[in-house]
Design a protein around this ligand. Structure first.
Ligand code: RUB
Length: 318
């Protein structure tokens, strides 16, 4: 369990950052746990997996991709008739590999779809660091498109710097701004593209704090606002009337030694209503967010058949 704790700490400290990287790190850690398992029988093996799952789930509240991935992989072991621990380990490792390669294929496909829609000469505004969004922009650049990017620094943890570095390393002309300059710069952009941490049954998108304000600014400036994300960021619990929880991070990230009397808040994410979003660029094409429930039922029906869909208890958004 030490390796699981180490991964959990890295996720909490942002050493692993972004929904996709978080899910990948969690899946790989579960694989490692299975490979090193000393469980004597299936019950013990499943108990170890479930303890690891809880530790990883507790790292970040707003990460349905990680929850969906671990549910999917553990459910396969749980539902199998195999009793031999060694064979169960193989089942888990193979299942996890398959999940990771499908996730990879889905990002590549998403990037191809999105890149086709980037026109020469445009300026794209983005926020925070989404590996899915940066992959799409890099793909467009590799396809020979010339465009500019404006990215926010993304307080308090400055993940926008990761985006800015990645963009210039790929030869994309990039302008870097403080978050509060968004209103000045969105009118200069042609479109806004952000990633997602969670997508709800209603088609609302949860992403890094500040995203919903950008969507409203884009709406006022009459600039299209797109989300680029794997469909598996969809959170099935939102189909059962639960709200997506919003991770509240340590206030010290905002102000290290703030006055004791001061109430410093640090919500990691906010919710952008689907009405501000022109479309979701995903592995199945560019889809209207209001169609999420039907699309998920069609392509990922297993999401609704998880053995423990209520493991994660949601809180109300702030
Ligand atoms: C990162 C963030 C990203 C999404 C999508 O927040 O909001 O836009 O996670 O990223 P944090 P990806 O830095 O708090 O994790 O496309 O890589 O899944």
């Amino acid at each position: 369990m030490e390796a699981v704790k180490a991964t959990a700490e890295k996720i909490c400290r942002f050493e692993v950052q972004g929904a996709r990287n978080t899910a990948i790190a969690a899946v790989k850690t579960l694989q490692m746990l299975a490979q090193q398992s000393e469980a004597k029988n299936k019950i013990e093996f499943l108990t170890n997996l479930s303890q690891a799952q809880q530790l990883l789930f507790n790292t970040r509240e707003t990460e349905p991709l990680m929850r969906n991935a671990l549910h999917y992989i553990i459910d396969q072991v749980q539902q199998s008739s195999i009793q031999n621990v060694h064979e169960l380990c193989t089942l888990l490792v193979v299942g996890a590999d398959k999940f990771l390669s499908e996730l990879d294929a889905s990002r590549e496909h998403t990037a191809e779809i999105g890149a086709k829609h980037i026109q020469n000469g445009i300026t794209i505004f983005t926020h925070c660091h989404s590996s899915t969004a940066t992959r799409m922009l890099t793909k467009a650049k590799q396809d020979g498109k010339n465009f500019r990017v404006i990215c926010t620094e993304t307080r308090p943890a400055f993940q926008g710097r990761i985006t800015a570095r990645e963009m210039i390393e790929n030869g994309i002309e990039t302008t870097f701004i403080v978050d509060s300059a968004a209103q000045t710069f969105i009118p200069k952009a042609d479109l806004v593209i952000v990633g997602a941490d969670a997508i709800t049954h209603e088609g609302n998108v949860v992403n890094k704090i500040g995203t919903s304000g950008l969507a409203i600014l884009a709406y006022e400036a009459r600039k299209p606002f797109y989300v680029v994300s794997e469909l598996l960021k969809f959170d099935p619990i939102t189909s059962y009337n639960a709200l997506e929880g919003i991770e509240q991070r340590n206030p010290a990230e905002v102000w290290k030694e703030s006055p004791k009397e001061l109430d410093v808040r640090n919500p990691a994410f906010d919710v952008t209503p689907s009405r501000y979003i022109h479309g979701l660029i995903c592995e199945k094409g560019i889809i209207p967010l209001k169609n999420m429930p039907e699309i998920m039922q069609q392509f990922y029906p297993w999401l609704y058949k998880q053995s423990s869909p209520n493991l994660h208890v949601n809180q109300k958004t702030p």
